[in-house]
Design a protein around this ligand. Structure first.
Ligand code: NAD
Length: 368
């Protein structure tokens, strides 16, 4: 397969983890006889420094033409002083690539259970996927402004959803539930919000096409509690943009390590291979406190690359190879500083990458 990928290394540790991931992707491509062409583009804070915009025209063009996009992270204190914000580039890219669904798998690694704030018995059987609507809702609704009302400075955000937006993301979530344990939890605030009542009605209507999937509805406040008290009861969760933003961060901490978690944002357009174009990125930020030290954990980015292979290229075997290599590396006891237990030795990014390379070679040699 000849594939065109765009890399957006971004800021802070972004370039460090994207470089390592690109090298490992090249190794996987070699093993399976693919050619992955990778073009790096400016995005985020670095793009503001170079061009004045967090999403330069050239970067946008490249992303829209690529088969899939891999992002490191954007932002940092340097761009917090006013002026254009790196995060604006991310919102713009989501809108332009029509990335309507963000997927965040929550599957605690057995090797890292001790890093979770939950008791180990609560983590038994936890394996769920949050599908967050990404291009609508209160983050994009208009008006979004400051105004004077009765002499008071007042701010307004607007939450808007239409049936087409809810149907698209819920249908995708039902399809994913079909490939898993066939349970879908739709999260809303239908006791208070009109958008949530439309959300719930629409999800119920879509459910008619999926009689094999069990559907439950939860209010977002209850969902926040159940994620902690009964996380193993979830299979697929579908929810709106803001609720998803908050719940996915809550869900991610129960796995114990922010550095290990991937995410995938699925686009409405198809690429040359008939798969959805997507943007793949770890869930963590640019970690300015450790940037440049060479100690960042590349696992979140690497697992995001595995999702890229699976969802945007249909390369399941290659995706599983990466996931297995990560698992085996952790099983063998190797850790980066963020996941090492106190007193446990840790590897830097390059050393950790070398261990994953060894596992890829070992797994490939075994399957021959
Ligand atoms: P962060 O995720 O960057 O860092 C939180 C903590 O986790 C830090 O101590 C950091 O060192 C550690 N950490 C995160 N990723 C790690 C990794 N791969 N390996 C080892 N340790 C890791 O969150 P923050 O400090 O709140 O944000 C820093 C910057 O990142 C901000 O400018 C924020 O706006 C931005 N941000 C960007 C994204 C994105 O690009 N999608 C997401 C979240 C935050």
């Amino acid at each position: 397969m000849n594939v065109n990928l765009v890399l957006l290394p971004g800021d802070g540790i972004g370039p460090e983890i994207v470089k390592v991931t690109a090298e490992l992707l090249t190794l996987v491509a070699q093993k399976f006889g693919h050619e992955f062409k990778m073009e790096s583009c400016h995005f985020g804070g670095i793009a503001i420094d170079v061009t004045g915009s967090p999403l330069p025209e050239e970067t946008l063009k490249a992303c829209l033409a690529a088969d899939a996009v891999l992002l490191g992270a954007v932002g940092g204190p340097k761009w917090d002083q006013g002026g254009p914000r790196p995060e604006a580039g991310l919102l713009g890219l989501r809108k332009q690539m029509q990335l309507f669904a963000n997927l965040r798998p929550i599957l605690p690694n057995p090797e890292l259970v001790s890093a979770s704030p939950l008791r180990p018995e609560r983590l038994v059987g936890v394996d769920f996927l949050v599908v967050r609507e990404l291009t609508g809702g209160i983050y994009f609704g208009e008006p979004k402004e400051r105004r004077q009302v009765n002499g008071l400075e007042t701010a307004v955000d607007t939450m808007v959803y239409n049936t087409a937006e809810v149907e698209r993301v819920s249908r995708y979530a039902f399809e994913l539930a079909r490939t898993r344990r066939k349970k879908l939890t739709s999260v809303d605030k239908a006791n208070v919000l009109e958008t949530s009542r439309l959300w719930r009605e629409t999800v119920k209507r879509v459910a008619v096409d999926y009689p094999d999937v069990t559907l439950e509805h939860l209010l977002v406040d209850a969902a926040a509690m159940h994620l902690i008290t009964r996380p193993a009861s979830f299979d697929v969760i579908v929810t709106s943009n803001m609720f998803g933003d908050i719940l996915t961060d809550e869900a991610s901490v129960i796995t114990g390590s922010i550095g290990n978690l991937p995410s995938a944002s699925i686009g409405a357009d198809k690429n040359r291979f008939g798969f959805p174009r997507g943007l793949y990125e770890p869930i963590h930020g640019s970690a300015p406190d450790i940037a440049g030290k060479g100690i960042a954990n590349p696992v979140g980015t690497l697992l995001s690359a595995a999702s890229l292979l699976r969802f945007s290229l249909g390369l399941e075997e290659e995706a599983v190879l990466i996931e297995k290599a990560v698992d085996e590396t952790l099983k063998a006891g190797y850790r980066t500083a963020d996941t090492a237990a106190s007193g446990q030795a840790s590897l830097n990014t390059q050393q950790f990458k070398a261990k994953i390379e060894e596992q890829i070679e070992r797994i490939m040699a075994k399957t021959k």
